[in-house]
Ligand binder design. Sequence first.
Ligand SMILES: CCC(=O)SCCNC(=O)CCNC(=O)[C@H](O)C(C)(C)COP(=O)(O)OP(=O)(O)OC[C@H]1O[C@@H](n2cnc3c(N)ncnc32)[C@H](O)[C@@H]1OP(=O)(O)O
Ligand SMILES: O=CC(=O)O
Ligand SMILES: [Mg+2]
Length: 356
Amino acid sequence: MRSPKDFFAPLALGAPAPVREIPVTPSRMIHFFDPGNEKMAAKVPDIAKKVDVLLGNLEDAVRADRKEAARAGLVAIAKANDFGKTQLWTRVNSLDSPWVLDDLVTLVTEIGDKLDVIMVPKVEGAQDIHYVDRLLAQLEARAGLTKPLLVHAILETASGVANVEEIAGASPRMQGISLGPADLAASRRMKTTRVGGGHPGYLVRTDPTGEDLTEGRTTYQQDLWHYTVARMVDACAMHGILPYYGPFGDIRDVVACEDQFRNAFLLGCVGAWSLHPVQIDIAKKVFSPAPSDVAWARKVIAEMGDGTGAVMIDGKMQDDASVKQCRVVAELADALAADDPELAAAYDAATKEALG
Ligand SMILES: CCC(=O)SCCNC(=O)CCNC(=O)[C@H](O)C(C)(C)COP(=O)(O)OP(=O)(O)OC[C@H]1O[C@@H](n2cnc3c(N)ncnc32)[C@H](O)[C@@H]1OP(=O)(O)O
Ligand SMILES: O=CC(=O)O
Ligand SMILES: [Mg+2]
């Protein structure tokens, strides 16, 4: 553990100073693509216009014999394009793999100035972040970078969950954490055999009403990920970094995908992964607050004046704590609306109606 006095000191001579605040730019969807897949790569310039974050994936879902092609593809795409405000991230291979060292050396030295965030999979504890932190500082110095790269951890091992608070605070580079339900299920020896989402077998049942134990008993499916998402959100909030839901593998089931994303949004996550183009609009819809919620939040803020005391609005008591929640929603809406005239108009129209 570094002394608090040294926490913001660069970890290599010539490396840029770490950031003091994580930039909070929209990241409602982290769109995954395989940079070595020519069909997907061809779609990237168009997709970049629709997403907040574009992520060149080098890890799982890229075949072992395509790892070098994926890495080279990402270098070529980054060099050939300027994605404007759309952030460019990568997910490197896991720290115990034969590819990760070359991933980091190549990407930072070749396109370090184009990358915003490096996602590190299968993080077990702060030691993994410390390793990446120092290596990145050395590579940034070698590449002459002036802006430090940020690090995003995937929460997808049982020990990662046990250590999530220390992971979140392990380095000033820590930008955020995503839940990785697929690897986490495997690591925990869960019996789910799917990528994220719920499971019909994970349920509670109402009490029996008579002799027949099978009659008239309603069941309610439960959320397998509630505990982990909530714990991840707390760890991130405590350290001023951003929490995300990860993959939803049933691409066809756009309805359940929206539900899973919305649960994460309501619990505090700022975004989720999109694995297929069809999931981009789902994430955009869910992680942009609804116009009616924005209108309500603005109304509460307006009526609460200096934010203290208690008032009744439409029969509901509001006080310091509810106005703080409303500010979260209103500030997010303002940040998103600043770059999206359609969203800005929807928020303003709903607010006008609510305020009369
Ligand atoms: C499980 C834990 C994890 O680690 S999740 C993160 C790792 N997984 C990934 O990154 C998966 C990314 N997505 C994919 O590989 C594909 O979307 C999968 C799921 C395999 C489906 O592909 P496919 O069967 O081609 O779908 P499709 O025929 O509906 O595709 C239509 C056109 O769209 C393209 N496409 C597909 N996915 C993407 C994407 N993520 N980004 C950009 N383009 C994509 C396809 O290539 C296809 O293009 P075309 O119309 O044939 O030219
Ligand atoms: O990498 C993501 C996961 O769910 O595993
Ligand atoms: Mg994984």
